[in-house]
Design a binder for this molecule. Structure first.
Ligand SMILES: Cc1cc2nc3c(=O)[nH]c(=O)nc-3n(C[C@H](O)[C@H](O)[C@H](O)COP(=O)(O)O)c2cc1C
Length: 271
């Protein structure tokens, strides 16, 4: 079987799941391409090359990050079999089912949907620090168990559709509707840079998946494109960045493994 996994990951959790899926498929003798959606920009992949397409993203307010939503619209499903997985800190109701419905609209046949609970990456809101740390071993075991489960369903063509029931839909909508409204009203220009702490290393500019940050006269400036993925906020070496109105980051989230390298998120290309 030849599988393509398209993913977006702000801070590494979704990438970790996507990579575990790829490694596990390859161990079973299948081919698997892993592709960061942020690298594809507006280039739709040719789905006819693959037997199955996987889509992975972090849940934002029970919704799909705008970059992923826009990319899905470019795809032509042509009845291709697909699966959708999301990562979340706690709960999204129908997060994966929502992604599945967007894929279905583009003509995919979505057989498998799964949620993975991972550490929280919102680190400038104090209360959410409670969901911040999960021991690495626990993450590894948890992800591998679920990956094995969904792969057995995908490879044996046995549907498993987490989140496709009325209760999950209602709980998802309760979060998604206000979140999408809030996103539209408040997102433009939300990254705040504390100029006193900024050392002008340029890392935030190079890491941003949507080229939202630029340097103007040695001042990092927000271009109004932020999708609140928290990559720059968590990887700024001096914690100089936050979202407007939020507290300084004291315990940044550096990723799901002790050796996670954030530049990995931009590296993968289709073979
Ligand atoms: C803007 C934003 C909104 C989020 N909303 C939710 C949510 O509604 N439910 C949830 O359980 N986690 C939520 N999270 C947590 C992330 O989905 C979770 O940490 C995810 O695994 C991050 O994946 P990544 O490292 O691939 O970016 C949110 C995170 C961000 C940045």
């Amino acid at each position: 079987m030849f599988v393509a996994i398209l993913f977006f990951s702000g801070t590494g959790n979704t990438y970790y799941v996507a990579k575990t899926l790829q490694d596990s498929l390859q161990r079973l003798g299948h081919l698997c391409d892993l592709q960061a959606i942020e690298q594809l920009k507006d280039q739709p992949i040719d789905v006819s090359v693959y037997d199955v397409i996987g889509l992975g993203f972090p849940v934002y307010g029970s919704s799909v990050p705008s970059l992923v939503k826009d990319y899905i619209k470019l795809l032509q499903g042509k009845n291709k079999s697909a699966f959708c997985f999301v990562t979340q800190m706690m709960y999204s109701g129908d997060g994966a089912a929502y992604g599945g419905r967007l894929l279905k609209k583009q003509g995919f046949v979505v057989d498998v949907q799964m949620h993975f609970n991972m550490p929280n990456n919102i680190t400038d809101v104090k209360f959410l620090q409670l969901f911040h740390r999960i021991p690495y071993d626990k993450i590894r075991l948890r992800v591998q168990r679920k990956v094995d489960f969904i792969l057995s369903r995908i490879l044996n063509k046995r549907p498993y559709k987490l989140g496709s029931n009325p209760i999950s839909l209602i709980l998802g909508l309760l979060q998604r509707v206000p979140y999408e409204r809030y996103e539209r009203v408040l997102l433009p220009g939300v990254v705040k840079v504390n100029q006193h702490d900024c050392i002008h290393c340029g890392l935030c500019i190079s890491l941003c998946p949507v080229q939202n940050l630029i340097s103007m006269n040695e001042v990092i400036t927000d271009q109004g494109q932020c999708m609140t993925c928290y990559r720059c906020i968590n990887h700024c070496p001096t914690s100089a960045l936050t979202l407007v109105g939020k507290s300084k980051v004291e315990r940044p989230y550096k990723g799901p493994t002790p050796t996670f390298d954030v530049s990995e998120l931009k590296k993968h290309h289709l073979q």
